[in-house]
Design a protein around this ligand. Structure first.
Ligand SMILES: Cc1cc2nc3c(=O)[nH]c(=O)nc-3n(C[C@H](O)[C@H](O)[C@H](O)COP(=O)(O)O)c2cc1C
Length: 184
């Protein structure tokens, strides 16, 4: 009997699939799907998460749904824009809706996009945040600088080296998620 496919959720620190981060997450999920994973993209334009602490947020049904979906996943492919040297508020707020009981022991692949030259600030900050949730961020990571020019009209990365790094990142998330799932 075949193995149950890994379930992987895509999270973007920008709204929608047409943002650069939406495109990068979409591409990563496409690669995960080609490798046999069940994938889903949590699209904040369709299912916006309220700001943590905003009036009525604790009983918002979308947050419960998000937590349930996260609990049912084996791994996450996550990309944030760099804003003022760190992840976007949207990305942080998304993570503020999950706790160890939802994502502890699950595997994360981290990506970031920048308007300027690439660096690892946002990736490092996200890595600390994931550790706080007892998630496992794989060692591979991807930062895309000068992101306005990074994609072609079909939504693929123009730079083949970046594309190969993305492929390796996705493979690592799936391989690691399989190990963790089989150890439970
Ligand atoms: C408030 C704000 C702050 C930003 N700060 C930085 C920054 O510190 N470094 C940088 O390279 N780009 C910065 N940018 C550019 C974004 O990183 C870039 O627009 C984003 O990665 C594009 O992705 P998106 O289409 O998903 O929004 C900033 C953009 C905004 C709106």
């Amino acid at each position: 009997m075949g193995e149950t496919p890994l379930r992987i959720m895509g999270l973007s620190g920008s709204y929608g699939k047409s943002s650069k981060n939406g495109m990068l997450v979409d591409l990563a999920l496409k690669k995960a799907s080609e490798l046999g994973a069940d994938v889903m993209f949590w699209d904040l334009t369709e299912q916006p998460l309220p700001l943590v602490g905003a009036e009525g947020c604790w009983s918002d049904p979308i947050t419960k749904k998000f937590q349930e979906e996260a609990s049912n996943c084996d791994g996450f492919l996550v990309s944030s824009p760099e804003y003022h040297g760190t992840m976007s508020g949207v990305m942080k707020n998304t993570f503020d809706w999950v706790y160890e009981k939802h994502v502890g022991g699950k595997v994360f692949g981290l990506m970031a996009t920048l308007g300027g030259m690439e660096n690892s600030n946002t990736l490092n900050h996200m890595r600390i945040m994931v550790r706080w949730l007892h998630g496992i961020a794989v060692t591979q990571q991807l930062a895309i600088g000068h992101v306005k020019e990074a994609f072609d009209e079909d939504g693929n990365l123009v730079n083949e080296d970046s594309n190969q790094r993305l492929q390796t990142l996705v493979e690592s998330v799936l391989d690691t998620a399989r190990i963790y799932r089989n150890s439970q």
